[in-house]
Write a new protein. Structure first.
Lengths: 123, 132
């Protein structure tokens, strides 16, 4: 699936300066191209039935080569964290952020088993 | 367009960006409101299924938030009495009151109160758009 970032989103990201823009242009692109895991069911309701409330929105989890300071300077990725990129069913990467990794799996976000409907890659 | 061209064009968007000021933004592709009260690197800390709090890497304080499934949230809490017309602006503090109202965990409730206070102090408002 081809994934895109909207111009509207990039304009919003630009309000937070060079670091945020480099994250969008480089780190997000890295995670989309080389994810460690992909989860489905970003919006499923953990209080209800998994199957009936699942959706096909995706969360890519990965560790890019670099993270970026607010002024745009690159540095090593944050230890114990993964960069999550959320993609809707239209193939739009609408949100991304660094999040703590799971205690048992440093390539997965914390509580991934209860946050998402299922892991779709790797199976 | 090559990867380098694309990267350059994205980075160039920062050249004309004004200095940071507290802001909120509704994203129709993801149906969420993201907000920032401080320009600082952050990491996400999931509060519950509705809200992720952004914690500043240097200050350790709340620097922003992301409220998900805004439409579902408003449908679940009609008492919010927010009807969305194209281009309507809504105070983030109103939206946050819905999940806060149903939160039973006192620690999370305290975080919600801090988020609402910051949203009010910064007068954070987002322009909601109808989906579809």
């Amino acid at each position: 699936m081809e994934v895109a970032i909207t111009l509207q989103r990039l304009r919003w990201v630009a309000k937070r300066g060079k670091g945020a823009l480099r994250e969008a242009a480089e780190a997000v692109a890295h995670v989309l191209a080389d994810p460690k895991a992909i989860y489905e069911g970003v919006r499923w309701d953990c209080d209800s039935d998994k199957e009936s409330d699942s959706d096909d929105w995706l969360c890519y989890s990965g560790i890019p080569k670099e993270a970026f300071a607010t002024d745009g300077r690159p540095h090593a990725p944050y230890e114990g964290e993964v960069l999550l990129v959320f993609v809707n069913s239209d193939g739009v990467a609408y949100l991304w952020r660094w999040d703590e990794c799971d205690d048992d799996d440093t390539t997965a976000p914390r509580d991934w088993r209860t946050r998402f409907c299922k892991k779709v890659w790797p199976k | 367009m090559t990867t380098n061209d694309r990267t350059r064009r994205i980075l160039a968007m920062g050249d004309s960006a004004p200095p940071f000021s507290p802001c909120a933004y509704y994203d129709r592709d993801g149906d969420f409101i993201e907000s920032f009260v401080r320009d600082e690197g952050f990491k996400g800390q999931r509060l519950d299924k509705w809200v992720t709090v952004y914690i500043g890497r240097e200050s350790g304080e709340i620097v922003g938030s992301c409220v998900k499934d805004v439409r579902k949230l408003m449908a679940l809490y009609p008492g919010l009495d927010i009807e969305i017309e194209e281009g309507d602006e809504v105070a983030l503090s109103y939206i946050l009151r819905a999940p806060a109202w149903s939160e039973g965990d006192p620690v999370k409730l305290k975080t919600y109160r801090a988020l609402i206070r910051k949203a009010e102090e910064a007068n954070l408002r987002a322009v909601l758009e109808p989906v579809g």
